[in-house]
Write a protein that binds this ligand. Structure first.
Ligand SMILES: Nc1nc2c(ncn2[C@@H]2O[C@H](COP(=O)(O)OP(=O)(O)OP(=O)(O)O)[C@@H](O)[C@H]2O)c(=O)[nH]1
Ligand SMILES: [Mg+2]
Length: 1264
């Protein structure tokens, strides 16, 4: 009898050798079934029988090994448990350790011991046993692998006499939950091993061998192909029922069970197929639903003993030739045979009790390895796992399963190649999707039953189920537990989160129930993460990660969540009232309690203009983000929309702020001034919106101003921006008498009421005098929509009157389709008509799921791939803005796909660096609110993530990058120097910060003059930084005269044949290059290098050195030392020397040839031309004309009722100090803005002057 020998042999486990792995990237841990004879002898004294200890051992019996904890390491024997994720050890002071005098861990003896969660370790099992104590970190060694700072539970108060090594999902138990609802998880063992670089991916395989051998091993990060027979098949692990994205246990679909014996085969049935079963090595027995378990009992003739709460059977059945075959994942899934010798278990370690009555009277009684349980999860414990080789893959949420090869002596360990690689050598079970169908089964005929009976038992016939046996009592006591396995009912208590208890796979939802889960972010070594990611791209597609697959499984809750999100930007011409509008939004959504005005008399300033300089100057300089909930009421039903909002600056010098907001936002509100309509920056902003395909609604603000005319603005949107637009409202009253609007869709009057217009009064009574206009404008709206929307067009042609819902739907379709913009109107300053605009944001602007966002798949040559804003997909986010603040770098991030959790690790796809996200906040202007998690499609900011603006982050599973945003070139520069040399440090700190935050602000040190030069978008831009240096860093600076960023180019073709030959002892330099330079007609804004060498007169490697030489030469033109533009260089021939040619020589020769040829090619200086818009009251038109005559050419003049606007193209050079002249010429009433247009040849006299000055400078240098 196999198992008798085993139990009798039970000595204190010594064979748990922690052998190091024998394959790279794999940690091997040997385990052994445990028997405790000593304990039996000592504790058994309590009664005449040994029952309690013995039965508990049997019930809790599992696989154990010695690990080491602490420094120096102390041996602790721990049980293996795939049903839990905690590692916990009993303290030497714990009750059980004091009694037994062994196994406890002595914290005082460890120099690396640290308590990280006092009194917070608390685990209770289904059998009511428990362990309570602290969470600690210490060194932990397993299988020769040493893990620093492993977080473990320390059982100070426990009635379980051994600790355990949980290797399940982190969400299972490895959670610390604090009172401030700041939840975090720490990495469990496999994840920690990945973090330490010991294994590639959090996966492991388990081989338990059979009852006889009573040992096995786990390979972390690998599988042993010699330990199983047949095919290793991959099947899906089920997420929790509560949430399709949360995995807490190795729950798989058991879809059939057969009893097979020499007498026949029965297909067993259950009402519950497919049965969710947990593969739980922490439990001895297997538990199936009662109806199915009873059928297995009938097959083998087991009898239910109410006394034991177990099904028992004669021990002699161990030799039966029958077996059970467990099927998984549908008809084509894997099957595992479990033979009777694995299922007949001793009840005691001594002599077995005997049946005193019933059919088995006189025979020794054993317990059957399949027991019943009434509710899920059902468990396949060691009685099952000893027959299976199981690979647990925590990343792809799959297990690999095959029949075990008992007693295999060979070994062929195959590591998982990379992070989230699929289980090696395994094939995917087909048709798993059909698993949810209940299979059809025949009622078992118990044909197999007789064959289970062993020859000895056969004589007494098969026991009838239900007949109650009696035992020779005194031999066994009642086993008071039905399921003593480690599949624990958890009691997780509040804990203060210790800073070190943080996790790479951290998750931080608010509650444990269902929300907390093992973040599906992978954890890998940073080295080669990109390579790994590339390789995984294919695997991922198969792994159900495609957007389509994700879309198919999106839950109604997630679809709802997304439908309520609006990421919007407020963008427009300077001073149109964006910040004032935003202030209203914050007030009406309850985000601010009181409103303050831009340049208001109370001196407080608007919330979104938080910078001192912004408040002083009354302009927005930096975009500011905030979020708010808008409760929209429609047809009496209230729905809460969640807005992420960015208020952008209007001034062109801060255009990068608009650029990056447009890059990441889904929709925009374009604010227009009711008097001026479309202005110069409206056009710039329009270009930016178009560049990033941002749908918009338009809001005509300042309806209270004299000369307000919203219809003119509508007309200008149509004509100047070329976007079909129509008003969806008309004003009630105008200028000072502006009261509200008529909604043309519902044909209702809307007015504001109450303190600061907080109430919205809607009335069916449209003022009589507006009826006709309203009808006419409504018709215009419908006609405009019919132009851009097919459904509307059809109705229009059929002369059907569309319903308000149909009009709204058409507006939404057309707006999101970028074919239309609805125009609303109001006055922010007068607190009028902001709320209807917010409703329009909900109605017409897209939610994140309505927008096609794409990333570039680096594994497929940057092919665009769609990103889908579902939480269940791998994370992809874009860092679109950086800010330094006293807490460190704050990185604004748009989450495109997947969710981001506090403590999660991300990969920067540019640098391939892994970073942890220790803190996530939502910004509210300059304030922030901590959050634990941010969902797909949202906007947040993170701390402590080193990166550059525009970097893409992924969770390491996708080889994606995102297209960067457009960063305009700077056009103006200044030399700058701190007045006090002691300020040098602060100066460079500030400069570094500004450059990181603002990609349009640059700094370089001019080699010749050794001056520090800052460059940017315009005078104001540079001014602001100089001022910020003074205010924020207390550094006063001297600045030089603003300089223009000139460019150099050529005007005709020139040939060259240049020989570089230098000999100065030792190897010399030799390179000859022949070819020509000519204007790059294809693209005058770029340079081009080409080689047309035939016959190999210059080898390829030198040709690339030539290319580099050309690039370097273009950085510093021969005329002024400015960049070269629009040159095409062709190299056709050359010569090399055996010893003296080198990359260096060819690089240099190319540069010299270029310079020489440049002059012959008609080198010329280019200067930036600026699109300039000037507006002022009409009476100053003459003055301005005079001013402009000298400065540039006038392109257009528009004369309005009171104002006029002039468009001109001016050289930047001529515009320095223009603001002073304009002020003087218009009594301070004129405004102007400038935007870079293109480069053009500078006037000849200027060219001459500039070149002469530069040559003089060079000469001075040479002679110095
Ligand atoms: N008459 C009137 N003035 C307004 C209205 N809305 C804003 N303003 C004023 O217009 C000026 C500019 O307003 P802001 O909100 O700072 O404009 P902005 O678009 O944010 O400006 P920048 O961010 O600097 O581009 C302020 O003086 C406001 O008080 C309005 O509805 N009517
Ligand atoms: Mg503003």
């Amino acid at each position: 009898m196999k198992s008798h020998g085993v139990v009798a042999a039970g000595a204190l486990l010594v064979g748990a050798a922690c052998a190091a792995s024998n394959a790279p990237g794999v940690v091997k841990w040997d385990i052994q079934r445990r028997h405790r004879r000593q304990e039996l002898a000592r504790l058994g004294k309590r009664a005449d029988t040994y029952e309690e200890v013995v039965t508990n051992e049997e019930m809790r019996g599992g696989y154990f090994a010695t690990c080491q904890v602490g420094t120096p390491g102390q041996d602790v024997v721990l049980q293996l448990d795939t049903g839990s994720s905690d590692i916990w050890v009993p303290a030497s002071t714990a009750q059980v350790c004091q009694q037994r005098g062994d196994d406890g861990f002595d914290p005082d003896a460890s120099s690396t011991f640290e308590v990280v969660g006092k009194g917070t370790f608390d685990i209770a099992y289904l059998d009511q046993s428990f362990a309570k104590g602290d969470y600690i970190t210490d060194v932990f060694e397993i299988g020769g692998a040493v893990l620093q700072n492993m977080t473990m539970g320390l059982g100070l108060n426990t009635d379980i006499n051994h600790g355990l090594v949980g290797v399940g999902y982190p969400t299972n138990e490895a959670i610390i939950h604090n009172t401030a609802s700041l939840d975090s998880m720490y990495p469990n063992l496999p994840i920690h091993m990945v973090n330490e670089g010991l294994i590639s991916t959090p996966a492991y395989s388990l081989w338990l061998n059979d009852l006889d051998a009573s040992s096995g091993n786990i390979l972390f990060g690998g599988i042993d192909t010699e330990k199983y027979v047949g095919e290793l098949t991959r099947i899906n692990i089920y997420p929790t029922q509560r949430d399709p994205n949360i995995w807490t246990a190795f729950l798989v679909a058991m879809t059939s069970l057969e009893a097979v014996s020499p007498s026949g085969k029965d297909t067993l049935t259950s009402r519950q197929f497919p049965i969710p079963v947990v593969l739980d090595s922490g439990t001895t027995l297997s538990y199936l639903p009662t109806d199915l378990a009873q059928q297995t009992w009938r097959e083998v003739g087991a009898i239910w003993s109410p006394e034991l709460g177990n099904a028992v059977l004669p021990c002699s059945l161990r030799t039966s030739k029958g077996y059970f075959s467990f099927g998984f994942a549908g008809p084509s899934g894997p099957r595992i045979k479990v033979a009777m010798d694995e299922l007949v278990l001793d009840l005691t370690s001594g002599r077995q009790p005997t049946f005193l009555s019933g059919p088995y009277e006189g025979q020794e009684a054993c317990r059957f390895g399949i027991q019943n349980f009434t509710s899920p999860p059902f468990l396949l414990g060691d009685t099952f796992l000893r027959s299976a080789y199981v690979v647990y893959d925590l990343i792809n949420h799959e297990i690999g399963i095959a029949a075990t090869d008992f007693n295999s002596t060979d070994s062929n360990i195959v590591p998982f190649p990379s992070l989230s690689a699929q289980i090696p050598s395994a094939t995917l079970a087909p048709d798993q999707a059909q698993v949810t169908r209940v299979p059809e089964f025949t009622t078992p005929a118990f044909e197999a039953g007789p064959g289970f009976t062993d020859p000895a038992a056969a004589e007494s016939g098969n026991a009838a189920p239900g007949s109650v046996p009696a035992f020779g009592l005194g031999q066994i006591a009642v086993v008071g537990v039905t399921m003593a396995g480690r599949y624990a009912a958890l009691a997780i208590r509040a804990a203060a989160v210790h800073p070190s208890v943080v996790s790479p796979a951290q998750c931080s939802s608010s509650r444990f129930t269902g929300l907390r889960y093992f973040s599906r972010s992978p954890v890998s070594r940073s080295a080669g993460a990109a390579a790994a990611a590339l390789q995984q791209a294919k695997e991922l597609a198969a792994a159900n990660m495609t957007p389509e697959a994700a879309a198919a499984r999106v839950t109604p809750e997630e679809a709802k969540r997304l439908s309520m999100v609006r990421n919007i930007g407020i963008a427009a011409h300077i001073d149109s009232g964006k910040t004032t509008v935003t202030e209203r939004i914050l007030f009406y959504t309850g985000r601010v309690k009181a409103m303050h005005e831009v340049r208001g008399r109370d001196g407080v300033g608007a919330k979104m203009d938080s910078m001192e300089l912004e408040r002083e100057r009354g302009i927005t300089i930096q975009s500011a983000a905030t979020f708010a909930d808008w409760r929209k009421v429609e047809d009496g039903k209230e729905e809460t929309y969640h807005f992420n909002l960015i208020d952008t600056p209007g001034h062109i010098d801060f255009t990068i702020e608009v650029e990056r907001a447009m890059r990441v936002l889904d929709g925009a509100v374009m604010v227009l001034c009711a008097v001026s309509g479309v202005q110069s920056q409206t056009i710039t902003v329009d270009r930016q919106m178009k560049r990033y395909n941002v749908p918009r609604i338009s809001f005509v603000n300042k309806m209270d101003r004299m000369g307000a005319n919203p219809f003119r603005a509508v007309e200008m949107i149509n004509s100047k921006l070329k976007i079909p637009a129509a008003a969806v409202q008309i004003p009630i009253g105008s200028e000072k008498e502006f009261e509200g609007v008529v909604d043309l869709i519902e044909m209702k009057a809307i007015r504001n009421d109450g303190h600061r217009g907080i109430n919205v009064k809607v009335s069916n009574a449209i003022p009589e005098h507006l009826r006709e206009l309203a009808q006419q404008k409504r018709q215009e709206l419908i006609e405009k929509l019919a132009d851009v929307d097919d459904e509307m067009a059809e109705m229009f042609l059929d002369e059907k009157e569309p319903t308000p819902a149909q009009i709204k739907a058409a507006i939404r379709r057309a707006t999101i389709g970028l074919k239309f913009t609805p125009v609303l109107m109001g006055s922010a300053l007068a607190d009028k008509c902001i709320q209807p605009m917010l409703d329009a944001v909900c109605d017409y602007l897209p939610n994140p799921a309505n927008i096609d966002n794409t990333a570039l798949d680096r594994s497929k040559g940057e092919q665009p791939v769609k990103l889908v804003p579902y939480n269940s997909l791998p994370f992809v986010g874009l860092a679109f803005k950086l800010e330094e603040n006293p807490y460190g770098q704050l990185t604004y991030m748009r989450v495109y796909q997947g969710s981001l959790k506090k403590g999660q690790y991300l990969y920067n796809s540019r640098t391939d660096k892994k970073v942890r996200v220790p803190r996530i906040v939502r910004m509210h202007s300059n304030e922030m609110e901590d959050v634990n998690e941010i969902g797909a499609g949202e906007i947040c900011a993170v701390f402590g993530v080193e990166c550059a603006s525009g970097d893409t982050f992924t969770d390491g599973r996708l080889p994606y990058g995102m297209s960067s945003m457009y960063v305009p070139d700077s056009v103006m520069s200044l030399s700058i120097k701190p007045k006090r040399s002691s300020d040098a440090d602060a100066f460079s700190k500030a400069m570094n910060r500004f450059m990181r935050e603002d990609p349009t602000f640059r700094l370089h040190v001019d080699e010749e003059s050794e001056e520090t030069i800052i460059s940017g978008m315009g005078e104001l831009h540079l001014d602001i930084y100089v001022e910020r240096l003074r205010r924020e860093y207390k550094v006063d600076c001297e600045t030089g005269k603003p300089r223009v960023a000139y460019r150099e180019t050529i005007t005709k073709r020139a040939e060259f044949d240049f020989l570089l030959k230098r000999q100065s002892g030792g190897p010399g330099d030799y390179a000859r290059v022949v070819g020509w330079i000519e204007p790059n007609t294809e693209n005058p804004e770029a340079n081009k290098f080409e080689t047309r060498v035939v016959g190999g007169s210059i080898p390829d490697k030198y040709l690339s050195a030539c290319g580099k030489g050309f690039e370097e030469a273009c950085l510093k033109g021969p005329l002024l030392g400015h960049k070269v533009l629009g040159v095409h260089m062709v190299i056709t021939d050359g010569a090399t020397h055996v010893t003296d040619s080198s990359d260096y020589a060819f690089n240099l020769a190319t540069q010299m040839a270029f310079r020489k040829a440049f002059v012959e090619a008609g080198g010329a200086v280019l200067e930036p031309l600026m699109k300039t818009t000037i507006s002022a009251p009409a009476e100053f038109q003459g003055n301005i004309l005079m001013l402009m005559n000298k400065r540039g050419s006038i392109v257009d003049t528009e004369v309005g009722a009171d104002d006029f606007t002039m468009l001109a193209e001016c050289s930047l050079n001529a515009m320095f100090g223009f603001s002073t002249h304009l002020r003087a010429a218009t009594q301070g009433k004129g405004e102007f803005s400038m935007e870079f247009s293109h480069y053009a040849a500078a006037p000849p006299h200027l060219q001459k002057e500039l070149v002469a000055a530069y040559q003089k400078e060079l000469e001075a240098k040479r002679t110095k």
